[in-house]
Design a protein around this ligand. Structure first.
Ligand code: GLV
Ligand code: GLV
Length: 303
């Protein structure tokens, strides 16, 4: 807020919830800059000629019609880099939580259920020596792979293209076609952006092709996974479990997922640390100031 205030008058939504499209367009009418959240959908056809920059406080920008803004000469910016480690940390936490049944164990104790230590009690799946499939080896995917290396996982990845040989070598990461990654991985973690090509990338057929012992982790965007198909697959025992930080229709969660003990759910907390959210906010504000001052965006999303 302090950084933005240097650039001009700041108007803040007084609602502690996402605005409806009409409320949002009313609020931003006449603005030179908009600071948007990942759930804000702004229609380029409804903006005024004053608007010069939309600064999304997120690395993902599937909520924004980037080509539509470009046509109107509006710059779009996001917040890459500053949230890489926090998101990779949460993804790894989710992998541990679902394989070692952390949520389930907690619920057992909080429900004051009787229990005792024995050799077969609440066994989970170990990580060491298993194969981790990373879908999308970008910045967050690579940060996740670094953590996975320390836990003794073997790394395979798929994506639009191969990463540089030095990166493959440093991570011991092997490129596989998507279908092969799906069929051979013990854990599949999603780190691709949401695009038309990745919407429902994880569908019923893909889930059926996974190992019955495999786990799915999603910290990118909900619609990359067909959520009802995921519930079907879990109920049918086609995969062993899933850990999800994001959902198709946030804040709603497919109700059947909430009934399953082999599902871990989090309310979109990937970047939610004090340090990271502070850096995201600062970067978003600096993008606004820099565009309005005519010095150009710091982290522009190019159409
Ligand atoms: C949050 O979901 C982000 O894209 O940064
Ligand atoms: C378990 O508590 C052990 O000591 O192995």
């Amino acid at each position: 807020m302090q950084v933005l205030a240097e650039a001009g008058e700041v108007v803040v939504s007084t609602e502690d919830r996402p605005l409806t499209p009409d409320e949002l367009h009313d609020l931003i009418r006449g603005a030179s800059a908009v600071v948007s959240m990942a759930f804000d959908r702004i229609d380029p056809a409804k903006i005024g000629p004053e608007l010069r920059v939309v600064s999304n406080v997120a690395v993902g920008y599937d909520n924004l019609d980037v080509p539509g803004f470009a046509e109107r000469g509006v710059v779009v910016t996001n917040t890459p880099g500053v949230l890489t480690d926090a998101t990779a940390d949460l993804a790894f936490g989710l992998l541990l939580a679902v394989t070692r049944r952390l949520g389930e164990g907690e619920r057992l104790l909080r429900a004051k259920q009787p229990w005792s230590f024995h050799l077969g009690f609440m066994l989970g799946a170990g990580l060491q020596g298993k194969t981790l499939g990373i879908v999308g080896l970008g910045q967050i995917g690579q940060a996740f792979a670094k953590r996975a290396l320390a836990f003794g996982l073997r790394i395979v990845y798929s994506g639009r293209s191969r990463v540089a040989p030095e990166i493959e070598e440093a991570l011991g990461a092997k490129y596989l076609p998507f279908d092969e990654l799906i069929a051979t991985s013990d854990f599949v973690s999603l780190h691709c952006p949401l695009t038309p090509a990745t919407r429902h990338l994880i569908n019923a057929d893909v889930l059926r092709a996974m190992k019955p012992s495999a786990y799915l982790v999603n910290t990118t965007r909900g619609p990359v996974v067909d959520e009802p198909a995921l519930a079907d697959a879990l109920l049918a025992g086609e995969i062993a479990g899933a850990a999800l930080d994001v959902f198709e229709k946030e804040p709603e969660v497919e109700p059947r997922l909430l009934e399953l003990d082999n599902v871990v759910v989090m309310p979109h907390l990937g970047s939610a640390t004090v340090e990271t959210r502070t850096e995201m906010a600062l970067l978003a504000a600096r993008n606004v100031v820099s565009v309005l001052a005519g010095t150009g965006p710091i982290t522009e999303v190019r159409p």
